[in-house]
Design a protein around this ligand. Structure first.
Ligand SMILES: Cc1cc2nc3c(=O)[nH]c(=O)nc-3n(C[C@H](O)[C@H](O)[C@H](O)COP(=O)(O)OP(=O)(O)OC[C@H]3O[C@@H](n4cnc5c(N)ncnc54)[C@H](O)[C@@H]3O)c2cc1C
Length: 421
């Protein structure tokens, strides 16, 4: 037992809330529990700041879920989007208003952790949680969870939040069920100033050759984050897509400073979000927008809710109250993010079948572009849009039913703003 883990009389300390993983989900959970005045410990296996494979796109809902006083470390502000359909029918759309922001994850995540610490959370880095136990000899009573670290050290908590990302051990303990797993591949490419200038303020989104795949270029000053994402199981084809994508953008000659891959996971609608005194959030819970694979806002929002409900679970004295609070957490997630995910899933199914139609709509049909800008700016959400616009609802339902085929050429008709590589 480490000294920081025991009180002066040698009795092992029991934390109110232990949070596993210091990404956006874990830092938000730790912040929420700490501002409520609880004793919170945030555990992270890496040393911070740590790299995370991610585009770093911060849309409105992410911005709106940040703790008070948090200043986004923006590397660029996006005012234009170039769309292409597997390298063809390239069109650029512009907006006077900023659509979304771009950050580097190491500094963004580090800053979120600092906010949690300022709110009172303790942090331990370089510690890997091996497992949690809710029964057995490591657990002194039924109100306690044992958090076992690699190396054998055991910490005690009244409630645990699992925010340990897409390879989550806590998710396995809870029994998280998935119905979509994707592989994202990314390269951080430092570029000369002239190239960086050309990309400033503009992202590129390319609808890919594999069903449901797409690629992006996100500029961050002197470095471009270039990535692709596709269903897992097509590793070689996904890698080829990234190579072709980088090649046709004329970026193959620049050496990436980082090349990496990471899985994203979406929960099944009936997947559990808790087990006993343990809650899961963010990627660990499979909370992610299925179509765009946007996950930062899902991590921030679910993390905050998990932190708030972990506080209540920490106070619960019996299994009935614990269960009630855990169900409340699940209800809050399903009523908000769950609805967003259900709409995103339908969008992905349509997109898999008719990417050309999406391309034509976004580049040539003003209401579709307006919907895109409203969603990225956080004026509305995909779920809200479908709920509040009977036309969008009808269009989605009609497209759900339409047979597949013959749409790729549609994109060529999308006479739009400018045609830029
Ligand atoms: C290629 C790619 C591009 C993406 N681009 C975007 C984007 O542009 N915008 C967007 O919104 N989303 C994007 N996402 C999704 C986004 O990156 C994730 O949804 C988000 O990082 C989830 O945050 P999290 O806190 O749940 O998990 P993570 O950020 O993965 O954090 C989990 C943390 O837990 C730690 N950890 C893991 N296991 C343990 C353990 N056993 N013990 C202790 N610590 C542990 C890890 O080291 C890590 O720090 C992208 C994903 C991919 C793969």
């Amino acid at each position: 037992m480490s000294s920081e883990n025991s009180s002066a009389d040698g009795v092992q300390r029991v934390w109110d809330v232990v949070v596993v993983g210091a990404g956006p989900a874990g830092a938000s959970a730790a912040y929420a529990a700490a501002v409520a005045g609880r004793r919170v410990l945030l555990l992270e296996k890496a040393e911070l700041p740590r790299y995370k494979t991610c585009g770093g796109g911060i849309i409105g809902p992410s911005r709106d879920s940040l703790p008070p006083g948090f200043e986004l470390p923006l590397r660029d502000r996006v005012h234009a989007v170039t769309f292409s359909n597997n390298g063809r029918f390239t069109r650029t759309r512009r907006s006077r208003q900023m659509l979304f922001g771009l950050i580097n994850r190491p500094e963004f995540d580090q800053q979120l952790v600092e906010h949690a610490q300022k709110a009172g959370a303790d942090l331990r880095t370089g510690v890997t949680v091996a497992r949690v136990e809710q029964h057995g000899s490591a657990v002194p009573d039924r109100r306690t969870v044992a958090v076992v670290l690699q190396g054998g050290e055991t910490l005690l908590a009244r409630a645990v939040v699992g925010a340990d990302g897409s390879a989550s051990r806590i998710g396995a303990h809870v029994g998280v069920k998935l119905d979509q797993v994707d592989l994202g591949l990314e390269a951080e490419i430092p570029v000369p100033r002239t190239v960086a200038e050309d990309w400033k303020g503009r992202v590129l989104i390319d609808w890919g050759p594999l069903p449901g795949s797409y690629g992006w270029v996100f500029p961050k000053g002197d470095t471009l984050t270039v990535g692709v994402i596709s269903a897992r199981g097509e590793g070689a084809a996904t890698k080829r897509y990234l190579e072709d994508f980088v090649g046709r953008l004329g970026l193959a000659g620049f050496e990436p400073s980082v090349s990496s891959g990471h899985l994203t996971r979406c929960r099944a609608a009936d997947s559990p979000l808790s087990r006993g005194r343990v809650l899961v959030c963010g990627d660990a819970a499979g909370l992610l927008e299925p179509w765009t694979r946007e996950g930062i806002s899902f991590a921030l929002r679910s993390g905050r809710l998990a932190g708030e409900w972990a506080v209540r679970i920490a106070e619960a004295n019996d299994a009935v109250d614990t269960r009630r609070q855990a169900l409340n957490y699940a209800f809050a997630i399903k009523a908000g993010l769950g609805v967003e995910m259900a709409v995103g899933k339908r969008m992905l199914t349509l997109f898999e079948r008719r990417p050309g139609l999406f391309h034509a709509a976004l580049t040539g049909f003003r209401p579709a572009w307006k919907a895109f800008t409203d969603i990225t700016r956080g004026v509305t959400s995909l779920g809200e849009l479908v709920r509040s616009h009977p036309m969008a609802q009808r269009a989605l339902t009609a497209l759900d039913r339409r047979p597949v085929g013959g749409e790729a050429g549609d994109a060529g008709e999308a006479g739009e703003v400018s045609s830029r590589p």
